[in-house]
Design a binder for this molecule. Structure first.
Ligand code: BG6
Ligand code: MG
Length: 210
């Protein structure tokens, strides 16, 4: 029986893809590195430093660790500035109703996000107080496809791993959920994952699964 649903944040609750793209493009242009939407697509669910390493695959030179730290900071400063434009209107369709419905049924809800900006994003969306637990990039060493962030979310909730469902838009997130021994529910791009237990065209269909 499912006692908790762990939501990925970026791409499930809010679409930040374009903002990540603009911020990485800013850094790539500054360094004269080719970067496009297709490369940005590969950064979904992946941690900031892992994303940077993917972005640097097209670079002509090798970057030292301290140079990489600087680039990651430049990207994040730019991104955090862009996040200021987010408001409750940016929540993806029906997400808010689904969250409320789960709570009414007594099902716990949590965030399991690779982002170190998750709490800031939730604040701009005005939904921080809805969640029973938040596990994010600040809680973990290994980002998705490692299961760490979902295991951490379940521990914070006090719910066994096998009683949790995860909802994800990234294939690496589905892989992470299965490694965590959880029910893996895919939306958007994650529907191409062969490991997904359920594939939803509409997030409201989650309510008939849990
Ligand atoms: C994930 C996003 O949620 O967070 C990735 O899908 C992003 O695209 C990752 O790279 C890390 O985000 P942040 O906010 O810590 O730089
Ligand atoms: Mg995502």
């Amino acid at each position: 029986m499912i006692k908790a649903v762990i939501f990925d944040l970026d791409g499930v609750i809010v679409s930040t893809d374009q903002l990540h793209y603009e911020a990485w493009k800013h850094v790539a242009d500054q360094e004269d590195i080719y970067f496009d939407e297709k490369i940005n697509h590969r950064l979904r669910g992946v941690s900031r430093m892992d994303s940077l390493n993917i972005m640097l695959e097209k670079a002509d030179k090798t970057y030292s660790e301290s140079e990489k730290e600087k680039l990651a900071k430049t990207k994040n400063d730019y991104y955090v500035d862009l996040l200021k434009q987010l408001s409750p209107n940016d929540m993806l369709p029906h997400v808010y109703d689904v969250l409320l419905n789960l709570k009414e049924q007594g099902i716990k809800i949590a965030i399991g996000s690779s982002s170190r900006n998750a709490k800031t994003i939730l604040k701009y969306l005005g939904i921080s107080c809805l969640f029973d637990a938040i596990a994010d990039g600040t809680d973990i060493e290994n980002s998705k496809p490692a299961p760490d962030v979902f295991l951490r979310a379940a521990e914070k909730l006090g719910v066994s791993y096998s009683s949790c469902a995860v909802i994800e838009d990234a294939t690496v997130g589905i892989e992470a959920a299965k490694k965590a021994g959880m029910l893996a529910i895919a939306v958007f791009d994650a529907k191409k994952s062969e490991q997904a237990d359920h594939k939803l065209d509409d997030i409201r269909d989650l309510l008939s699964i849990v």
